[in-house]
Every structure is written in structure tokens, then in C-alpha cells.
Design a binder for this molecule. Structure first.
Ligand code: NAP
Ligand code: GCO
Length: 266
């Protein structure tokens, strides 16, 4: 077998949650290029339709489903529908996520719970829905989109960091509990990526200068740039393919080196 064949996703069905745009869209598009049948969901029909049109522009015939990943019965119904319409799910990417940037002492418990619900409980719900079928078929790939905040904290992102830290351990626990069924569960930890989610951190200042946080991240990153969604596609294909069959419970940080770097002396 040619080594490149190990990275093929031909014949696989991949579900990427929250993939109408952003990181999820880029990962799903790469999976289609690698041969997978792509299915995705988003919270409303407008977003799903937007996503379908974007996939079509790339020549990808994806299937889109309206589903709030925090709603367990809706997720179960979506997974069953996907099985009937596209085939059983071989690859799951828990990508859907939100962030609320609020100082912890000003954040309500409800706001905190909402972030935990989408960023941690939902990956549990969706993984729980797909694992039985993966066990039945003797193989499966689960990829949780973690974050640098699985390792580090910063002001105003207490709920997000708690969720992404928990998602790192959920990843390790799925590996521990289901690795024996030939299910590999790994995480991708993106660094700072230019998507709508981080747009507020990159907004030019009224005087036209770069956002202070933008300057901070570029200075803190050895690659001296923000990541792009394309930077994540190769690692995502690797973790979804048989090339990573003996990789389990790992978080692959795709961060331009920021986690390894103490930063320049001021
Ligand atoms: P994004 O642009 O905000 O996209 C997130 C997607 O998830 C959106 O389509 C969003 O829909 C969807 N979503 C939110 N809540 C949902 C729910 N309850 N059910 C279904 N879909 C839902 O985010 P992104 O930057 O692409 O990030 C994607 C993932 O990577 C997230 O888990 C994020 O935490 C993680 N991440 C991002 C970065 C970064 O720098 N961008 C770095 C590390 C990790 P709506 O449009 O309705 O919100
Ligand atoms: C923030 C950013 C980060 C990124 C990402 C970093 O406000 O600090 O949104 O949290 O989204 O998670 O890996």
C-alpha cells in the first residue's frame, strides 16, 4: 500500500458539527477532498442552507441537518437520519462551539452553563450517540476541537477554558473506555485562528492601528501570524484516517508554536 493511501477517507461518512462556516467548514471540505461523504449540522435552516451553498461552490455535495447539539433527543434523531440517508457515521468531529468573553465575577451562572453546555456537554452527547454504531462496526474516529485554553487560561474566558479543559479529559476518557473497540478519540487544539469567533480580537482600532490583542498574539506566536482554517485541515485528515490508528487520547496542538514559547523579552 502506498503510504498516501493511509490518509484516504474514501468510503467513510464524516459528521462535522457546526460546519456551515469557519473551522468546521474547512475540515469538512478537506474530508470531502480526501474522499469522505460529508454531513454537517448547524442550529438553523438559514445557516445550513448557507453551508450547503458554500460546499456546492467547492463542488462538494454535502448533507446538512438542522440540529442544536445540546439537545440530546435531536442529536439522536439526527444520527439515526444520517445513518438512513448517508450511511453510518465513521468519523465525528465535535467542532460546534461558542465563547463568551466576560470577566468571571460579572458572568452569570446561566451564561457559564450555556458555554459548558455547547462546548463540553454537547461533545459528550454527540459522541455518546455515535459510539454504539462504531462499536458495532468495529471502528470509529472521534475528533474533539479543543483549544489552547485546554492548557492555558486568560482573562474573561473562564467558562470557555473550563469547557475546553474538560473536553481534553473527555477525549482521554473516550480513548480509555472505547479504545478497545478500535475507536480512536483525539483532540485538535487550534491556536489563534482567524475566524468569525476571533474577529473581535482582530478588529482594527478607530485610528486604523491593529487591535492590541492582534499584536499580542502575533508577538507571542513563533510563526508570527494568526492561524488560518487551512492550517487545521492536514492534522484533521490525519486524525480521521487510518494513518492515526495507533494514536489515541492525544491533543494535537496546531498553534504555530505559541504553547511552546515564553515570548520575547520586552
Ligand atoms: P465559529 O466561527 O463561531 O463557528 C462555530 C459554529 O458552531 C457556528 O456555525 C455556530 O453556529 C455553531 N454552533 C454554535 N452553537 C451550536 C449549537 N448549539 N448547535 C450546533 N451548532 C452550533 O467558531 P470557529 O472559530 O470556527 O471555531 C470552531 C471550533 O473551534 C469551536 O469549538 C471553537 O471553540 C474552536 N476553536 C476556535 C479557535 C479560533 O481561534 N477560532 C481556536 C481554538 C478552538 P452559530 O453561527 O449559530 O453560532
Ligand atoms: C480568546 C480566543 C481563544 C481562541 C482559541 C485559542 O478569546 O482567547 O477566542 O479562546 O478561540 O480557543 O485556542
Amino acid at each position: 500500500m502506498n503510504i498516501l493511501d493511509k490518509f484516504s477517507l474514501k468510503g467513510k461518512v464524516a459528521l462535522v458539527t457546526g460546519a456551515s462556516y469557519g473551522i468546521g467548514f474547512a475540515i469538512a471540505s478537506a474530508y470531502a477532498q480526501a474522499g469522505a461523504t460529508v454531513v454537517f449540522n448547524d442550529v438553523n435552516q438559514e445557516l445550513v442552507d448557507k453551508g450547503l451553498a458554500s460546499y456546492r461552490e467547492l463542488g462538494i455535495e454535502a448533507r446538512g441537518y438542522v440540529c442544536d447539539v445540546t439537545d440530546e433527543s435531536a442529536v439522536m434523531a439526527m444520527v439515526e437520519r444520517i445513518g438512513n440517508e448517508a450511511g453510518p457515521i465513521d468519523i465525528l468531529v465535535n467542532n460546534a462551539g461558542i465563547i463568551r468573553r466576560v470577566p468571571m465575577t460579572e458572568m452569570s451562572a446561566g451564561e457559564f452553563r450555556k458555554v459548558i453546555d455547547v462546548d463540553l456537554t454537547a461533545p459528550f452527547i454527540v459522541a455518546k450517540a455515535v459510539i454504539p454504531g462504531m462499536i458495532e462496526r468495529g471502528h470509529g474516529k472521534i475528533i474533539n476541537i479543543c483549544s489552547m485554553m485546554s492548557e492555558l487560561g486568560r482573562e474573561t474566558v473562564s467558562a470557555y477554558a473550563a469547557a475546553k479543559g474538560g473536553l481534553k479529559m473527555l477525549t482521554r476518557n473516550i480513548c480509555s473506555e472505547y479504545g478497545g473497540y478500535n475507536i480512536q478519540c483525539n483532540g485538535i487544539g487550534p491556536g489563534y485562528i482567524a475566524t468569525p469567533q476571533t474577529a473581535p480580537l482582530r478588529e482594527p482600532q478607530p485610528d486604523g492601528s491593529r487591535h492590541p490583542f492582534d499584536q499580542f498574539i502575533v508577538a507571542k506566536t513563533p510563526a508570527a501570524r494568526w492561524g488560518t482554517v487551512e492550517d487545521l485541515t492536514g492534522p484533521a485528515v490525519f486524525l480521521a484516517s487510518e494513518a492515526s490508528d495507533f494514536v489515541n487520547g492525544q491533543i494535537l496542538y496546531v498553534d504555530g508554536g505559541i504553547l511552546a514559547y515564553i515570548g520575547k523579552q520586552p
